[in-house]
Design a protein around this ligand. Structure first.
Ligand SMILES: CC(C)(COP(=O)(O)OP(=O)(O)OC[C@H]1O[C@@H](n2cnc3c(N)ncnc32)[C@H](O)[C@@H]1OP(=O)(O)O)[C@@H](O)C(=O)NCCC(=O)NCCS
Length: 183
């Protein structure tokens, strides 16, 4: 049975290990080892996750299948303009749909994909956004990740802009996708 929980610093090493493995599986084959390793070290080391957990508005989710950790997600209370590289097609969107919740990371282990784990993690983040009174949820997804883009579209998100995602030494083009959460 799949279980989704918000977790604290005692789970930082496990969240980091799942995120790092899933990131390597998803993006390792299509990027240089140096770029992927640099990224994983900067974002998934336990001490980085512990530091992020202490930041206002940041929370991590862990997905478990029985005893086994199979996915993770990170959310923050930052609007699109918190990333200076974001260019929105409609610049008034941020103001109209604010306040915002950002989905910073969402990763499911390859062996656990296509069983609804990602959808359950998103469901928990949408619930958190509503609980915080957010009217918009946004994220960046690599423009060369069609499965990720299709997954978000199926959940109702639409492309609303572009951003640059720095993967190690490689500046990549991200789609910015967003979901409006009612008035
Ligand atoms: C994108 C990602 C997070 C989706 O997670 P997931 O757990 O595979 O997602 P879901 O299972 O909820 O939905 C995905 C697929 O399962 C199907 N599905 C959904 N619920 C299902 C269920 N209960 N039983 C069987 N299949 C299901 C969907 O139709 C979908 O089909 P697809 O194979 O065409 O994509 C995951 O694939 C992943 O980590 N990918 C690599 C990293 C990435 O792209 N992250 C997001 C962008 S940064």
């Amino acid at each position: 049975m799949i279980r989704i929980d918000f977790v604290g610093s005692d789970h930082a090493p496990l969240v980091g290990a799942v995120g790092a493995q899933a990131f390597h599986e998803a993006f390792g084959p299509r990027n240089t080892r140096a770029d992927v390793s640099a990224h994983v070290e900067s974002y998934y080391a336990p001490w980085v996750i512990e530091r992020e957990m202490a930041r206002d508005g940041v929370r991590y989710l862990l997905a478990r299948d029985g005893e086994r950790a199979v996915g993770m997600a990170k959310l923050a209370g930052d609007p699109p303009s918190s990333d200076p590289s974001v260019v929105l097609v409609d610049p008034t969107l941020e103001e109209r749909a604010g306040p915002w919740l950002q989905v910073c990371q969402l990763y499911v282990l390859e062996s656990a994909r296509s069983r609804g784990v990602g959808a359950r993690l998103m469901e928990a983040m949408v619930a958190e956004a509503r609980a915080r009174g957010c009217r918009g949820l946004w994220l960046g997804v690599w423009s060369e990740n069609p499965r990720g883009i299709a997954f978000y579209r199926r959940l109702g998100l639409a492309v609303v802009g572009e951003a640059v995602f720095q993967l190690g030494s490689d500046p990549q083009r991200d789609h910015v996708m967003a979901l409006r959460l009612g008035e």
